[in-house]
Design a protein around this ligand. Structure first.
Ligand code: ATP
Ligand code: MG
Length: 300
């Protein structure tokens, strides 16, 4: 299958921690995808967009080399690739379009639970296993600590037990993997989320138009996820107190209730979640029928 150069090319991870969220994001933007197993390319049915399904490590390079127009990748992989490419004089131009609200993790130093860790200087002269040698080196250089890097592309967490390294520098989200391997997180060296990046060269007008369409939609999805639609009934004489309790209620809508002159309905979009405590407080003021609804999409 060949690639049509007039269609916007987006590289996403084929399978792994970012792939489901990436596909959900595109679907949320109205892109109809027909992804088939074992295929490198997927064509959108309703927009001139082609997806490249690849390993996440390849995504920054594909964008920086201009093979694809956009890519979604973790900042950890992006930053690592960037440092490596700059050091080797390879093309490293790109622009960041949006930091996304998924793929959160941190790159951390971890040591065996019986290691006496007093700060990065405790690792002076030690062997550290990692898949992120450049990010690790930058951190240790800043700390003025010399170490030996042991490059591993997987199973980094078993390195200390296997006697291959004294410490590791690996991605952590919950810390369960570290714990299962008798390791403890010692220092966070980089915090990461998924980002949408674009190639450094200007896009032809047709492709740029699609990007201009996608970006506000991504923004709308992200904003919707952070917002709630809140509805409730409140006694008229407690209206002020009720509104004071509502999170981020600047201008709620107040509506009459049919056949009830003592109460009104309040509707509002809140950029914050509503806690049980707030709902209980509202109830104590005489409010009732309190509903907190998720919002699917929004455009301001
Ligand atoms: P690939 O086969 O595509 O190279 P991978 O094994 O390198 O996959 P994944 O483990 O799927 O990659 O992680 C992809 C990205 O997800 C990471 O680079 C990181 O940005 C993000 N991520 C979020 N949470 C975690 C976590 N707990 N561990 C590892 N990566 C995480
Ligand atoms: Mg990878």
């Amino acid at each position: 299958m060949t690639l049509d150069n007039t269609r916007l090319r987006i590289a996403i991870q084929k399978s792994g921690r970012l792939s489901t969220e990436c596909q959900k994001l595109l679907k949320g933007c109205g892109v109809k995808l027909n992804i088939r197993e074992q295929r490198l390319i997927a064509h959108a049915e309703n927009m001139p967009i082609d997806l490249l399904l690849v390993r996440d490590d390849d995504i920054p390079g594909l964008v920086m080399d201009g093979v694809v127009d956009l890519g979604v990748v973790g900042e950890n992989v992006l930053e690592e690739t960037l440092m490596e490419r700059r050091a080797t004089n390879e093309p490293a131009d790109y622009s960041e379009l949006k930091r996304l609200d998924f793929g959160g993790c941190r790159l951390s130093l971890a040591v065996a639970d019986d290691f006496d860790y007093q700060g990065p200087q405790s690792l002076e002269g030690k062997r550290i296993a990692t898949s992120y040698p450049w990010l690790l080196k930058r951190f240790m250089d800043n700390q003025g600590v010399k170490f030996k890097s042991v490059m591993l592309n997987g199973s980094v967490e078993v390195a200390p037990r296997a006697g291959v390294a004294d410490a590791i520098c690996d991605l952590v989200s919950t810390g369960a993997t570290l714990e299962a391997n008798g390791l403890v997180e010692a220092d966070v060296i980089f915090r990461s989320k998924a980002v949408l990046i674009q190639s450094g060269t200007a896009l032809p007008a047709g492709k740029q138009q699609i990007v201009d369409k996608l970006l506000p939609r991504i923004q709308g999805l992200q904003q919707a996820r952070e917002s709630k639609y809140i509805m409730l009934h409140a006694p008229k004489d407690k209206l002020e107190d009720v509104i004071d309790l509502l999170p981020g209620a600047e201008r709620p809508t107040i509506m009459q209730l049919a056949g009830d002159t003592n109460q009104v309905a309040i509707h509002m979009v809140s950029s914050e979640d509503m806690f049980w405590e707030t709902m209980e407080g509202l109830k104590a003021l005489g409010a009732s029928s309190i509903l907190v609804l998720p919002i699917e999409k929004m455009m301001e």
